[in-house]
Write a protein that binds this ligand. Structure first.
Ligand SMILES: Nc1ncnc2c1ncn2[C@@H]1O[C@H](COP(=O)(O)OP(=O)(O)OP(=O)(O)O)[C@@H](O)[C@H]1O
Ligand SMILES: [Mg+2]
Length: 358
């Protein structure tokens, strides 16, 4: 096993700078998840670690070796892509064993590793089948098994579950977590999926336009987002944002509703009169009106019953907010709604810089 260090890592294609001066220290055995919008440089970063993409500037270290100019096979990493290609004419057993054969691992050692990986992934009964005779989730587990038998220092996963349906995603996600708990191998994992990022990561790295926007544990990025970008990116349904101004010790929204500044987290916020903020409110932090310290009012636009709870979309001034409410709460579209809010749970961002105020 090994640590991975990215130091001033840079990537340009011609004049186009894609990855910008990234510094990231990943500890031995750590599970790090890279998230960010499409095109922000996640795959490029992973491919530079793998050695599949050249590095324009800075360095990649695996353990204590600088690997910038090492070919992929000498980096002791195993990568699982979204479009994992299994050999269609080989059995599962042969697919799993192929890389070991190429590396000259002996037959009995190879058999033992294949059996251990197959048991761990629940595919031991499928070893004599060919990929065409497997379900999508089973194929995905074979692809993972192929990486596991290698016993690499580092696993790199690039959206490995994105081809699976929701149920299988959930199952294989749990298997990946078990795998990490059992092997303790360092993992760098790219995903678009909020739930995967939150449930799998020791630390989440949020990338934006080739820069790191924030690095933190799932709790930190969810509870203390450094910017509007992170607040809106982590969490589902997404954090709500509404403009507000300070006036007379209150934070006043466009529709005139207000919250006392003194009731906000950390003993209140001192702010000059007329200062503009963007207020961030997570849908799950709204509560039925009577049980809260602060109320907001707006017109209901759309109501979405989900079974476990109800999403209520309502207008507050010119913003549309979403509240996650108890399942029995079913207001009607067009109705005026008063909804409660725990003021200690709201997030404040500077309207100009979009950075969090703490
Ligand atoms: N060979 C290339 N030449 C020029 N530009 C490239 C090349 N490969 C990737 N890019 C650009 O680099 C940027 C980052 O691509 P990358 O594949 O790393 O994004 P990503 O974060 O993985 O996105 P996605 O979530 O869509 O997979 C994109 O704007 C992409 O168009
Ligand atoms: Mg990608």
């Amino acid at each position: 096993m090994a640590s991975v260090s990215l130091r001033k890592l840079d990537k340009s294609y011609g004049a186009l700078r894609i990855v910008k001066d990234i510094d990231l220290e990943i500890a031995d055995g750590e599970f790090v998840v890279l998230v960010g919008p499409s095109g922000c440089g996640k795959s490029t970063t992973l491919r530079m670690v793998a050695g599949l993409e050249s590095i324009t500037g800075g360095e990649v270290r695996i353990g204590d070796r600088v690997v910038n100019s090492l070919p992929p096979r000498e980096r002791d990493i195993a990568m699982v892509f979204q479009d994992y290609a299994l050999y269609p004419h080989k059995t599962v057993r042969e697919n799993l064993g192929f890389s070991l054969k190429v590396r000259g691992v002996g037959a009995s050692e190879s058999e033992a590793r294949i059996a251990a990986a197959a048991n761990m992934l629940g595919i031991a009964h499928l070893l004599d089948r060919r990929p065409g005779q497997l379900s999508g989730g089973q194929r995905q587990r074979v692809a993972m098994g192929r990486a596991i038998v290698r016993r690499p220092q580092v696993f790199l996963f690039d959206e490995p579950l994105s081809n699976l349906d929701a149920k299988l995603r959930g199952q294989v996600r749990t298997e990946i977590k078990k795998l990490h708990q059992a092997l303790g191998t360092t993992i760098i994992y790219v995903t678009h999926d909020q739930v995967e990022a939150m449930t799998l990561a020791d630390r989440i790295v949020i990338l934006r336009g080739g820069n790191i926007e924030q690095v933190g544990t799932p709790d930190e990025v969810y509870n203390k987002p450094a910017s509007i970008f992170v607040g809106g990116f982590v969490g589902s349904p997404a954090m709500n944002f509404a403009r507000a101004k300070t006036a007379g010790g209150n934070l006043v929204f466009a529709n005139g509703d207000h919250l006392a500044l003194s009731a906000l987290d950390a003993g209140g916020v001192s702010a000059a009169e007329g200062r503009e903020f963007i207020v961030g409110i997570r849908p799950e932090h709204f509560v039925p009106a009577s049980s809260s310290a602060a109320d907001l009012s707006g017109q209901v636009q759309v109501v979405e019953p989900l079974g476990s709870d109800t999403l209520v979309h309502f207008a507050l001034g010119d913003a549309t907010l979403t509240a996650r409410m108890p399942p029995q709460m079913r207001p009607r579209a067009g109705e005026r709604l008063t909804i409660g809010l725990d003021p200690s749970k709201i997030h404040l961002f500077d309207a100009a810089t979009e950075r969090a105020i703490h």
